[in-house]
Design a protein around this ligand. Sequence first.
Ligand SMILES: [Zn+2]
Ligand SMILES: [Zn+2]
Length: 173
Amino acid sequence: MKLSRLRFNFGFLLEADYGTIRHIELDYPSIKLSEDVTLTPLVGVITATRTTEGIYIQGQLESSMSLECVRCLDEAIVPVQITLDELFYYPPHIAPPGEHRVGDDGMIDLAPLVRELSLLSLPIKVLCRPDCQGLCQECGANLNQGECGCPADDIDPRFAALESLLKNDRPGD
Ligand SMILES: [Zn+2]
Ligand SMILES: [Zn+2]
C-alpha cells in the first residue's frame, strides 16, 4: 500500500506495561490516504495507550480537503476535524467483527480509519462559501465572479415554456 504514511510501529508499546502512554505528533503538509482522500495539512497529536486488550488510540486531528463546490464546481476547501477514539485489539484478545486490530508485526495503519472519519465529517453539500452564487443557467458563467450579462430571470426554466404559452394566449400581446 504505497499511499499510506500513517503506519506506526507499536511493537515497543505492546511490550510495555499496561497503562503506558505514548504521544505521536502528526504534522504532514499533505497526505494522500486514498484515491479519494488527500488531507492538506494533517496536524494533531495521537495518544496511544497500552491496555490489557491492545492499544487504545485517541486523538484530535485538524485538516482540510480540496473538493468541488456543488454549485459553481470551483475548488472548495472544506475544514476537516477528526476525532480518534478507537481500540486496536491485540492477541490474545480477538477483535470482535468490525473492530480494529493491531497487525501481527505490531503495526497499526491509521489510514483507513482516518480516511473514513474524514469522509464522515464532510457536509452533505460541499460549498466553496456559504453564499456561493453558482453558475448561470444560461451561459454557465461563474456568478461569484460577477454578473454575466444574461437577462435577470427568476423564473424556473421548467415554467418558462408555460409562461410563453400563456403570453401567446393573451389577445393583443
Ligand atoms: Zn461555489
Ligand atoms: Zn449568464
